[in-house]
Design a protein around this ligand. Structure first.
Ligand code: PEP
Length: 250
């Protein structure tokens, strides 16, 4: 199985456009020392995307958005559409992040609508799935993430699934410093991979308190193809160090 690797920085609601410019200046000079086999995606806030697009030009850094609407235009105050993102060279979009599911009414249904729009608009969806601590304790983790995965990709051809990305993010591990054990994360991710036909070559990322100290122990797991990183992506040197440790095992 030859699955591509990627590391995605989810900055959430952090960094002004000026801070974004400083970050990318500091980050791109490190690119020659980073492994070539790891795709790098930065997902800044919408207000920084234009600046980020100019700053990363000519480098191998790719741009992601943290969400988008499923409609292409219209009366949706405060929303952003796929064509608006494409205009600035955005290639990836995070969909169904647990913070948006919890605070912004994101549901399996809206994630599915957005996945279809993303694929139609040539954006790569990064679909986040994951269980709460209560669900883990109740022993329903696998059922929950499988149901989220199947709902997200409902109606998508199996042939298109190699072109999407899934992030397994146990909610109890996000921003808490309590990462899921790599072997357990790998087990859940193998379950996600076998939940639909067509996911054999789909990158599945781990997310949840990943950092420079623990990333290597995830990188050696067979069903983990990279990471979706929140807090540890906010410092350009630390993020570069994390990517160095996320390379494929020799
Ligand atoms: C995230 O929000 O996607 C995430 C994984 O955050 P953190 O790395 O801070 O746990």
């Amino acid at each position: 199985m030859n699955v591509r690797r990627l590391v995605v920085a989810n900055w959430k609601m952090n960094k002004t456009a000026a801070e974004t410019a400083d970050y990318i200046d500091a980050f791109v000079v490190q690119l020659p020392s980073l492994p070539r086999d790891v795709e790098i995606v930065l997902a800044p806030p919408f207000t920084s995307i234009c600046r980020a697009a100019a700053k990363r030009e000519g480098s191998r850094v790719r741009l992601g958005a943290q969400t988008m609407h499923w409609e292409l235009h219209g009366a949706f105050t405060g929303e952003i559409s796929a064509p608006m993102l494409r205009e600035f060279g955005v290639s990836h979009v995070i969909l169904g992040h647990s913070e948006r599911r919890a605070h912004c009414n994101e549901t399996d249904r809206t994630v599915n609508l957005k996945v279809h729009t993303a694929l139609e608009q040539s954006l790569i969806p990064i679909v986040a799935v994951g269980e709460t601590l209560e669900q883990r304790r109740a022993g329903v983790t696998d059922d929950h993430v499988v149901a989220q995965t199947r709902a997200a990709f409902d109606g998508v051809d199996a042939g298109a699934l190699a072109g999407v990305v899934i992030a397994y993010e146990p909610i109890w591990a996000i921003g808490t410093g309590e990462n899921c054990e790599p072997a357990e994360a790998n087990r859940v991710m193998a379950t996600i991979r076998s939940s639909l036909q067509g996911l054999r070559e789909t990158p599945i990322l781990y997310g949840g308190s990943m950092n420079t100290g623990n990333v290597a122990s995830y990188a050696t797991q067979p069903d983990i193809n990279g990471g979706l990183i929140g807090g540890a992506s906010l410092d350009p040197d630390g993020f570069a160090q994390l990517i160095r440790s996320a390379a494929s095992p020799p």
